[in-house]
Design a protein. Sequence first.
Length: 651
Amino acid sequence: MERNVGQCRAVPQDAVRSDFAYYLWGGKERFRRREIALDVLKSNPEFAKTAATYSQARKDVWLRIARQSKQLVALKLRHQWSTAQLLDVITMTDWMMPIYPQYRIFMSNIERQMSDQQKNVWLPMAERFEILGCYCQTELGHGSFVGGIETTAVFDVHSDEFVIDSPTLSSTKYWIGAAGVWATHGIVVARLQIGDQDHGPHLFLVQLRDLESHQTLRGINIYELGPKVHQGMLGMDNGASVSREGTYLKPTNTKHAYGSMVTVRAQMAQLTGWDLLKAVVVATHYTKFRKQFFTTADDKCDHEEVTVFEYSSVKSRLIPLLAKATALIIVGQAIKEAYDNYTHTVLRTGDSSALEDLHLQTVASKVYGTEIASRGVEISRIACGGHGYSALAGFGRMYAHTVNAVTYEGDNYVISQQVTRAIAKHCRNGTKTLPPSIAYLSLLQSGSVAQEPHICSAADWLSTAVQEWALTARLASLVQQYLDDTTTGKDTSYSSHALTMAHADYVYWAGFWRSVRALEGAETSFAPHFSLSILSEPHHPSLVHASQLSITQLAHLRDAHRQAINDVAIQSIDTVISAYGLTEFELDSVLARTNRTPYEALIDAAQSSEMSGEDMAEIWPAIVETTKLWRSKGLQSSATATTSSRMRGKL
């Protein structure tokens, strides 16, 4: 029998105000804007979160989110929300919305690629949602490989038009977010051909649908691609389209394809951390409530069952994930800020010299963040036992939204090669002025990686100098292995992933420590804990082999990591969790309600299911008939057969 069913730590109804929460959410002003926006959403019935939404068909969910998108546009105009405010609000809703690409990639390309005269026409239309945009780069047969784009834009000198054509099946534009039903215009990536000359990929603004009827225009065929795996991204209508006409826009930035990828990945950098954090907060909340098993074999009636979180098997999974989620958010913020500064610099001066470094930062963060977050969400679900499998717990939605990011904007094993190729290039060239994100290569190039320190106890692993030595020594081993393999012509598409993860371990380790040194409070204990986690729990088999630690050093590392986990657990984990400022509305899980225990919330949801009680009466007659089908076969009932058998026995 479960005990203390009525006891449960409350998830704060209003966002908790703390210096740490202000820092994570980008300052007090943004945090307060977020609170205001949350109040607006919670008071609007269109955004109500009920158990019934989990049972809706995909089309019904999309229609609901389309109505929500319309509501958000109306709220933006009514309250004069800034772009940043609207994007914050979108992240508070259940699903990715079709209006998200408007800012994520449609308007950003307009701002970077159009002339001032063109911007004066198109930007105001996009900003007030008079036109609804999407970005058409990915093709059915080429994914994120821009160099393989087959769609062409042929200049017709007689009609003074560009004829855009996807001539083959594999050139069909595919996975185009918001194109399936929503978008009226698309930025199409096509190979510019003038006469016999191919000028390579360029951007074209193409109208897809009539602005009054929303019908697709002549020569354009658009199909919605159907459901995604695990029913993820239900609010995003992805489309496949072929267009015949367009208006050519001369690019102001010749690295536009490069920049478009950077745009999306920069936004992903910190969002993956929040995705993971929500899952861990729900799991921590539930496992702090759930009690199961006894600590002794004595008379069980005299002992309290143990809170599940107290078991090492649970806290050793969840606490490291809290540290990793925090690192993803904090370092991700720095990457996004660097990207914003770069964008402003390009628009103001045209200087795009920082693009290579930003490209490396965003590729590595995309690979790193999505790998950790997608696995972390599933680990959080499993830690909740059977109840974590209920859709009402929210993990299924979280996982479906997180795991897709491992492959969109480039499969992680494919795009990680961009990082390792850059590392190899600068190593072989002996580059003196290195991009900041790989500045550590100067240590490797000069052979000045710190000498192996004396590690005589677990306490030695708390030294950042020891941590840096272990991370750089591992990197040096992997970089040399990669250089040797490429020199001898070996396929490095697998080992590139390990090197990229090791590279990101170091980058995130350094970035996390830079940030938290300016902070105070229990949350900052996650910096040493993150450091020990990434050294103790390699993300890739190759990282284990690249480690140069002795058996004794590894034993001390395990002890240090175990102690760090216990230190966080001994602190008030509830206080730490509350400091993140997440609310029940955002978590949207029956396992983390404000005024209901997880058990009460689960029962409430079960009672309100559309398949409970009288709601299913229409099928009852068929079920009853099922129980009587045996009669049509002339079979005896089991009761009659048993009686006959007994009578034969007596005879």
